[in-house]
Design a protein around this ligand. Structure first.
Ligand SMILES: Nc1ncnc2c1ncn2[C@@H]1O[C@H](COP(=O)(O)OP(=O)(O)O)[C@@H](O)[C@H]1O
Ligand SMILES: CC(=O)OP(=O)(O)O
Ligand SMILES: [Mg+2]
Length: 392
């Protein structure tokens, strides 16, 4: 039986999953993550039914390479009776060259490393996982599955910045991210929602947060741009800000580029606004005025972007929430929907409190759903397809 290991290194977590081939289909065998909150790293794993099967403190973890080694050891110990056929990785930035998954080669690794500065919280980790697996299993195919691929055929007007044309020719364009998550929404929504092929806005609200407008199941616009800093405020990232502000910080405040990178990627967003935490669980539990204000800004920005994306899609038929916050924070969903009443959104409060998946009231003009994010399922599908193509 063929097994596929999937790695998803995000900004705040390493998630992983093992899928096995059952006839033509791929079945989840287990999924897990390294939880780095609290004082100690823990390795958590769940069965396909969602039962916790492992919750082990990890001793002596010093940095990302050690976390990765623990995940790899766990996956290798839990594959049987399946045999590893290929390994799939989420790669946040694929640049302009990759509209679909790609086999990992030394040349691809070099090409992707050149994009590290565009996604400093993600890309180096994604590449480290590929390099570690290549050392352990030099003969196994590895497949890079790109967040950017889903958005690559966005209309050109949506991709262009109003900068001198020469910069666009040097790949300074909007890319958009969280594409594996949006692909999963596009794959699963049609089974639930008759208007899935219409004008859909999906909000992936996790540590990194973005929104995507789709028409006919394809991305037409998204809130992230050249980098994963743009758009919504996130756990620790600022989201959209005035570029004039960056000039002011550089010139008048004499901020160094390294300090600015730290400010924008690691010290801003919900953490910067609240001064307490970037974690939504802590903020929704807090009565501190700064925590409440951080949530106010988060909800307000989602509402503004929803209007903008509905404009890009020509209207709104369906709104989807996904990602850690989208799935588990009913207060945020309710506030976003309240603010979107002008678009015809009406939430069913009981359904929202119960976690959906259908959230809209009977008289809502817009259908509203909550769907579990499953980037790993898309990685597994893309990895099997790319590995099969290699053999044929
Ligand atoms: N029960 C919950 N209530 C509110 N927020 C939650 C809950 N569970 C998880 N979250 C939030 O989800 C976010 C992490 O989302 P996730 O999609 O797992 O992150 P990543 O971007 O690292 O993949 C954190 O802000 C976390 O606080
Ligand atoms: C692109 C991005 O922000 O990813 P994540 O949400 O996993 O940090
Ligand atoms: Mg994520």
């Amino acid at each position: 039986m063929k097994g596929y290991a999937c790695f998803n290194a995000g900004s705040s977590s390493i998630k992983f999953a093992v899928f096995v081939e059952r006839g033509d289909a791929l079945a989840l065998s287990s999924r897990g993550e390294i939880d780095s909150g609290g004082h100690q790293h823990r390795l958590l794993a769940w069965s396909p039914q969602g039962e916790l099967t492992e919750d082990r403190p990890l001793e002596g973890i010093n940095g990302y390479a050690d976390q990765l080694a623990a995940v790899i050891a766990w996956v290798e110990g839990h594959l049987a009776p399946a045999r590893l056929a290929a390994i799939g990785h989420r790669v946040v930035h694929g640049g302009n060259a990759h509209a679909g998954p790609a086999l990992v080669t030394p040349a691809l690794l070099a090409e992707l490393a050149a994009l590290n500065p565009l996604a400093p919280l993600h890309q180096p980790h994604n590449l480290a996982a590929m390099q570690a697996m290549a050392k352990l299993h030099p003969d196994l195919p590895q497949v890079a599955c790109f967040d950017t691929a889903f958005h690559l055929d966005n209309p050109r007007v949506s991709r262009l910045y109003a900068l001198p044309r020469a910069l666009a020719e040097q790949q300074v364009l909007r890319y958009g991210f969280h594409g594996l998550s949006y692909q999963h929404v596009a794959n699963t929504l049609p089974a639930l929602e008759p208007r899935a092929g219409g004008r859909v806005v999906a909000a992936h609200l996790g540590s990194g947060a973005s929104m995507c407008a789709m028409v006919g199941g394809r991305s037409v616009a998204s809130t992230m741009g050249f980098s994963a800093l743009d758009g919504l405020p996130m756990a620790t990232r600022c989201g959209s800000i005035d570029p004039g502000l960056l000039l002011y910080l550089l010139q008048d405040k004499r901020m160094t580029p390294a300090a600015m990178q730290r400010l924008l990627y690691q010290e801003s967003g919900l953490l910067g606004l609240s001064g307490i935490s970037g974690d939504m669980r802590e903020l929704t539990a807090s009565q501190e005025p700064a925590a409440r204000e951080a949530l106010d800004v988060f909800v307000y920005r989602i509402g503004r972007e929803l209007g903008s994306l509905a404009a890009a899609a020509g209207g709104l038929d369906v709104l989807v929430f996904t990602g850690g916050i989208g799935e588990h924070a009913p207060e945020i969903r309710a506030r976003v929907c309240e603010q979107a009443a002008w678009l015809g959104v009406r939430l069913d409060p009981a359904a929202n409190a119960a976690g959906g998946p259908r959230l809209h009231a009977a008289d809502s003009a817009v259908s509203v759903w909550v769907l579990p994010a499953d980037e790993e399922a898309v990685i597994a599908q893309q990895t099997r397809a790319a590995a099969d193509e290699l053999k044929s």
